[in-house]
Design a protein around this ligand. Structure first.
Ligand code: ATP
Length: 249
């Protein structure tokens, strides 16, 4: 079995531009692995393609981890989906059941977004590389928060009292250190079964929004590389996470 990776460093900040940005700045100079950064407030938290991630003061958990790999960027396919599995498990550790994975990078409960994952990569295609894994979890948002899409938070899901943020961060970190060691050895296939157990989209009609035009079909799970499989009128196709967004149709 893969050995648990050791924590390289953990920094907790009161305020930062973004926890991912802070670790990306350290990715080149600091050779240590498993650097972790948390912030109470992110002034420029972001999602994919530069979209804003909304995190009010005290309203969430902003967590990032820098992990180094030897397999090259090509070996990191499916990392976001694997991290999603870990996040769902850490939520369950804290009594939050029913979290599902909305491919490629969201955790939802009853189709409302609870958490997002943002992975930013650097390094060689076939050699040493790194991933900064960012996770934002809603703890308690203002009910009037203008977030841009249906959302939920841990306080609502837990009936008013959100689980301890420190406890959630602890479970998430312990599980991530284990899971990333497994991922480094076996890749996404080691997580595929657990992903399928928590897939929010499987069997449902979806619309793939892509710059080249939208497509519709039925989601039918993810492949061994973490790509989304869609059954369309023309047959089955695979969608890579790059430029697309998924909407339930
Ligand atoms: P899409 O659903 O289009 O694929 P995405 O899920 O990839 O988008 P990200 O880029 O990961 O979205 O995250 C940014 C988007 O998430 C924002 O455009 C906004 O709609 C939404 N968002 C921002 N902050 C929050 C939050 N605290 N909780 C839930 N959703 C949020």
């Amino acid at each position: 079995p893969a050995q648990r990776s050791r924590l390289g460093d953990l920094a907790v900040h009161w305020q930062l531009d973004s926890t991912n940005s802070a670790l990306l700045r350290r990715a080149g100079g600091d050779r240590r692995d498993n650097l972790v950064c948390l912030a109470e407030l992110q002034t420029q938290g972001r999602g994919r393609r530069g979209r804003a991630w909304h995190l009010p003061l005290g309203g969430g958990l902003a967590f990032s981890l820098l992990k180094r790999f030897e397999c090259g960027l090509a070996g990191l396919a499916g990392l976001s989906a694997a991290v999603g599995v870990v996040l769902v498990q850490a939520l369950a550790d804290c009594g939050i059941d029913g979290a599902r994975l909305k491919w490629p990078n969201d955790v939802t409960v009853a189709d409302r977004k609870l958490a997002g994952i943002l992975i930013e990569l650097g390094g060689d295609a076939l050699g040493p590389c790194h991933a900064v894994i960012g996770i934002g979890i809603n703890l308690r948002l203002d009910p009037e928060a203008a977030v841009g899409q249906p959302w939920t938070d841990l306080a609502t899901l837990a009936g008013g009292v959100a689980p301890s943020r420190n406890r959630l961060a602890g479970h998430l970190l312990a599980r991530l250190l284990d899971a990333l060691a497994v991922f480094a050895e076996h890749g996404f296939p080691a997580f595929a079964e657990a992903y399928a157990d928590h897939d929010a989209l499987a069997g449902r009609p979806v619309r793939v929004l892509a710059p080249g035009g939208d497509r519709t079909g039925t989601a039918c799970g993810v492949d061994a590389g973490g790509a989304l499989r869609i059954r369309t009128a023309e047959g089955e196709c695979r969608v890579d996470s790059g430029e697309v967004s998924i909407r339930l149709d």
